[in-house]
Structure formats: structure tokens, C-alpha cells
Design a protein. Structure first.
Ligand SMILES: Cc1cc2nc3c(=O)[nH]c(=O)nc-3n(C[C@H](O)[C@H](O)[C@H](O)COP(=O)(O)OP(=O)(O)OC[C@H]3O[C@@H](n4cnc5c(N)ncnc54)[C@H](O)[C@@H]3O)c2cc1C
Ligand code: FES
Length: 284
């Protein structure tokens, strides 16, 4: 399966010894299937060895999108783990065909191979005191938060998932969330119920009726800020998975640095290394 499998030592670029970062591997993975799930998104399933399946929801892989006649991407592209299944030896990505890199990726066919580096970064942590989580996902965030729903199910945490998209046909992962036992609420721009005002009322209602005590989100800065406001008012913490343009993806180039709010002032952190998952209130 893996023509070349190489463990990249963490110690080469890890001054922050407290960061959880098991070995990152580079390998050539066989594409088992690669299908459109709607007009914009494709699901790619790779055959993957155990070493890369030792991963966490919220981590990502850096994909070497191919050079094609139409697209010549230069850098790798970061992609969240949509699914990992150690029994089946599968790793999957759900991605939006957005531009040069993902356009090239979309040209790959089942039976071919894709060079991947990962798993990378800090994933989600479901703290013991977070017993009644709420997931709020929009767009590609629906891919990033999918494995977190499985983790909540395996920990026996009742889950509510709000899935947001521009149109109903772009709503994804809803069946996966339901299979994990989640209460699923869908909102769309088309139906006019995905705005901050409607969602704030919806979420404050869920806090009152379900006892929501943690927020996890990905896919929208606007919705992240809304959750920060609600979290501040109700004393609810949580985490956010951030997207940022990346070059190396492994902490060396500083291309993905963003400022974060800390008690003693702002700090600059690398989304690829200290993230992509961060404390909800620290993200700016
Ligand atoms: C940690 C991480 C996880 C991600 N997971 C997923 C995922 O599961 N599914 C998915 O569909 N996408 C995901 N993305 C975004 C994905 O990497 C970008 O969509 C992809 O890089 C676009 O590449 P492209 O070459 O096709 O587009 P480009 O031609 O590079 O750009 C197309 C458009 O997308 C914007 N863009 C490109 N890269 C990024 C980026 N990293 N962040 C924000 N905007 C960007 C550009 O500004 C431009 O407007 C993730 C990004 C990060 C950082
Ligand atoms: S992308 Fe190079 S440091 Fe994050």
C-alpha cells in the first residue's frame, strides 16, 4: 500500500514540548474510492496503514495535489480528517472543489495514489466536564466536525449538531451525525434561518432545554464570534478548528501564524502546529 513510508521526527521542530504530536508520516496511499457527494464536494477514501490512523478528530493531513494539464498547484493543501477506520484501514477526506489544488485533486481516480503527510496538529479535546456538547458546523466545517461526533458517541456524550449551509443540497454529514445518535438541526441561507440572530435564539433555547455545556465549531468566522458572545454570556467554553493558508504545514515556515487572545495579551501561534484546534475564546 505505502510505496514510501517515512516517519518525520517531532523533535526536529518541537520546542513546545507540551504539544501533543505523535509521529507524522509521509506516504503514498492508494485511492479506494473518489465520488461526488453533491455539486461542490467530493469524498475520497484512501487505504491507509495503522500508523497514520492513530489520529484525532480535528487533525489534518497535508495533501500533495497532482500536477495536471489544467492545474499546477505548488504547495501541498491541508485537509481535515473526515473519517478514520482502523478496522477497515481507511482514511477519508470530504472536500470542496475550490481552486487549483482541489481542482487537481478532483482529477484523481480510484486505483491511483495520493501522497499524504500526517496526521498533523492538535485535535479536539472533549474535557470531562463537557458532558452535553453542541457542534455548530458550516461548509467545510461539516467535514472537520464529523469525526468529533463519533468520538462523542463513543464517550456516551449526548450531542446536538447544528449543520449550516447556503442551500439544503449542500448540507452534509447529517446522516453521519444521526448515526452517532446526535440530535440534528439543519439551517440554510435559502430558508433564512442561518443568520446570527436566528441561531443565537436557537442556541440559547438549547442551553435552557438541553443543558448544553460546551461548543465545538468550524467553518465560519461569523458563527465563531457568535458562539464566543453566547459562551461569554452563559459561561460556556469550547473549541474551534481554524482554517488558514499554509505552506509547510509542519511548523517551520510561519506562513499560518495568527494572533490569539490570552489573559496576558495577544500571542502569535501557528495554526498548523499549535492548532488547528484552539480554545474558542482565544481565537480572534
Ligand atoms: C487545517 C485545515 C483543514 C481543512 N480541511 C478542509 C476540509 O476538510 N475540506 C475542505 O474542503 N477544505 C478544507 N480546508 C481548506 C482547504 O485546504 C482549501 O479549500 C484548499 O486549500 C483550497 O485549495 P485550492 O488550491 O483548491 O484553492 P486555491 O486556488 O488555493 O484558492 C481558492 C480559494 O480558497 C481560498 N483558500 C485556499 N486555501 C485556503 C485555506 N487554507 N484557508 C482559507 N481559504 C483558503 C483562497 O483564498 C481562494 O479564495 C482546510 C484548511 C485547513 C487549513
Ligand atoms: S504552514 Fe508553515 S508554519 Fe504553519
Amino acid at each position: 500500500m505505502s510505496a514510501s513510508l517515512r516517519a518525520i521526527s517531532d523533535s526536529a521542530f518541537a520546542p513546545a514540548a507540551l504539544l501533543r504530536q505523535p509521529s507524522i508520516h509521509e506516504l503514498e496511499a492508494r485511492i479506494k474510492s473518489h465520488e461526488w457527494v453533491n455539486g461542490q464536494y467530493r469524498l475520497m477514501v484512501l487505504a491507509a496503514p495503522d500508523c497514520v490512523l492513530d489520529c484525532r478528530p480535528g487533525q489534518f493531513f497535508h495533501l500533495l495535489c497532482p500536477q495536471t494539464d489544467r492545474f499546477q498547484p505548488y504547495f501541498r493543501r491541508p485537509m481535515s480528517i473526515y473519517g478514520y477506520d482502523r478496522e477497515r484501514g481507511e482514511l477519508s477526506f470530504l472536500y470542496k472543489v475550490a481552486g487549483t489544488g482541489t481542482g487537481a485533486l478532483a482529477e484523481l481516480e480510484a486505483g491511483g495514489t495520493l501522497n499524504i503527510v500526517g496526521p498533523i496538529g492538535q485535535g479536539f479535546e472533549i474535557r470531562p466536564e463537557w458532558q452535553r456538547p453542541l457542534l455548530l458546523a458550516r461548509g467545510v466545517g461539516l467535514a472537520t466536525l464529523a469525526p468529533l461526533a463519533k468520538e462523542c458517541a463513543s464517550l456516551g456524550r449526548p450531542l446536538t449538531a447544528i449543520c449550516s449551509a447556503r442551500f439544503p443540497e449542500l448540507l452534509m454529514s447529517t446522516d453521519l451525525f444521526r448515526d452517532c445518535g446526535a440530535e440534528v438541526i439543519t439551517v440554510t441561507d435559502e430558508e433564512g434561518n442561518s443568520g446570527v440572530e436566528s441561531l443565537t435564539a436557537l442556541i440559547e433555547g438549547l442551553i435552557a432545554t438541553r443543558g448544553i455545556d460546551a461548543f465545538f465549531t468550524c467553518g465560519s468566522s461569523r458563527l465563531m464570534r457568535m458562539l464566543q458572545d453566547i459562551g461569554t454570556r452563559h459561561g460556556i467554553g469550547g473549541q474551534v478548528a481554524l482554517e488558514q493558508h499554509m505552506a509547510c504545514g509542519i511548523g517551520m515556515c510561519q506562513a499560518c501564524v495568527r494572533p490569539f487572545r490570552r489573559a496576558d495579551g495577544a500571542v502569535n501561534l501557528r495554526v498548523c502546529r499549535e492548532g488547528p484546534v484552539f480554545d474558542l475564546q482565544e481565537a480572534m
